[in-house]
Design a binder for this molecule. Structure first.
Ligand code: ADP
Ligand code: PAZ
Length: 323
């Protein structure tokens, strides 16, 4: 175990709260659990046309889903103890998992995999997945706040509404709904809501879900969505790889989604390969990379688990918080 030194403690080495495993060590934890996904399941899970390797699912995501399933059981036991102590029979408390990381790092693919795998274990059949983009302010509001070029930055979200949503789901409220964002129209879909009804597990996926609480003007600290998480995953990779994945995805979208005349980015459909690469690299550099450096990456140390991916998307290292 590598001790970490902490300047605030006069350089006294602290025991690390993390255990770091390479993928072979992680895969051994699988304990002969049978692979419960078939090729059809995987087809449904593809992010944007990329095939997910079955071995990867078997060696990385399946053990993770089992660990999470154990945590769900243990946490339900804690809620029961608290309820007994207080003499209350509380509403069912969903287990809430946050999935954070950069644009294009693979958050939605990870979140969808976890949803599929978790729902196959006993005790966690009902898993709901909500992405935080539904809580972005509508474009008209972003424009009036001069934030259209800052989509994805913390201030571009209605953070109060997101916090309320997660708190209400966790409180066991019978039915809670969230707004929906469309990547096609690049805006909130008027009138559309996703409804969540007391799931066993809620996965909240988004760039900024691990942000620390904001300070009020009087210096008091508020609550953040991460205060309601029972577990969180940060999907990590080298900056150069993420940039490449962003550009690759942009080039693929140009042939698919952007080709739709209703797409906000329809004008990009006519770009040459070279122009499309330059456009994607510029959007990456001026918006998404800045947000990653300033807001997203600094939250990595708050995650319960960090999945570090290599160039080919395979998970190379896993860091789990154990203290
Ligand atoms: N495990 C994986 N294996 C292969 N490709 C992946 C994997 N995870 C993500 N990708 C690809 O990387 C790109 C970004 O992934 P996505 O999940 O859409 O990212 P995010 O939600 O973080 O923006 C997509 O093109 C997706 O197909
Ligand atoms: C919609 C997003 C802000 C991500 O939202 P999230 O669900 O992570 O909250 C992002 O994917 C995005 O579209 N960013 C805008 C910059 C760009 O066009 O890449």
């Amino acid at each position: 175990m590598a001790p970490v030194s902490h300047p605030a403690n006069g350089n006294v080495a602290l025991p690390s709260p993390y255990v770091e495993l390479d993928r072979a060590a992680w895969a051994r934890l699988r304990e002969n659990q049978p692979l419960s996904l078939d090729a059809d399941d995987l087809t449904r899970l593809q992010g944007l046309g990329e095939r997910i390797d079955l071995t990867e699912v078997e060696e990385v995501y399946l053990p993770l889903s089992r660990l999470l399933n154990f945590y769900v059981g243990a946490t339900a036991g804690l809620h029961r103890i608290t309820g007994d102590f207080l003499g209350e029979s509380p509403a069912k408390t969903p287990f809430v998992i946050g999935v954070a990381g950069s644009v294009a790092v693979g958050k939605s693919t990870t979140a969808r995999l976890l949803k599929e795998l978790l729902s196959r274990w006993p005790g966690t059949p009902e898993v709901e997945l909500v992405t935080t983009d539904g809580f972005l302010y509508p474009n008209a509001e972003l424009e009036s706040r001069n934030l259209l070029q800052r989509k994805g930055f913390p201030e571009s979200y209605d953070r109060r509404a997101l916090l309320r949503f997660v708190a209400e789901v966790k409180s066991g409220k019978a039915e809670v709904s969230a707004p929906v964002y469309s990547h096609l129209t690049y805006d909130i879909v008027p009138g559309e809501r996703i409804v969540v009804r007391q799931p066993d597990v809620l996965i909240v996926e988004g760039l900024n879900v691990l942000q620390a609480p904001r300070l009020h003007e009087d210096g008091r600290s508020g609550l953040a969505v991460s205060d309601f998480f029972d577990f969180s995953v940060y999907v990590d990779a080298h900056l150069d790889d993420i940039r490449q994945w962003y550009v690759d995805r942009f080039l693929r979208l140009r042939e698919t989604a952007f080709a739709d005349p209703d797409s906000y980015f329809h004008r990009y459909a006519a770009l040459s390969d070279e122009q499309a690469r330059e456009t994607a690299a510029r959007i990456w550099r001026t918006i998404n990379e800045v947000n990653l450096r300033e807001n997203v990456l600094p939250t990595r140390s708050r995650a319960t688990l960090v999945l570090a991916k290599g160039k080919d998307h395979s998970v190379r290292r896993i860091r789990l918080r154990k203290l």
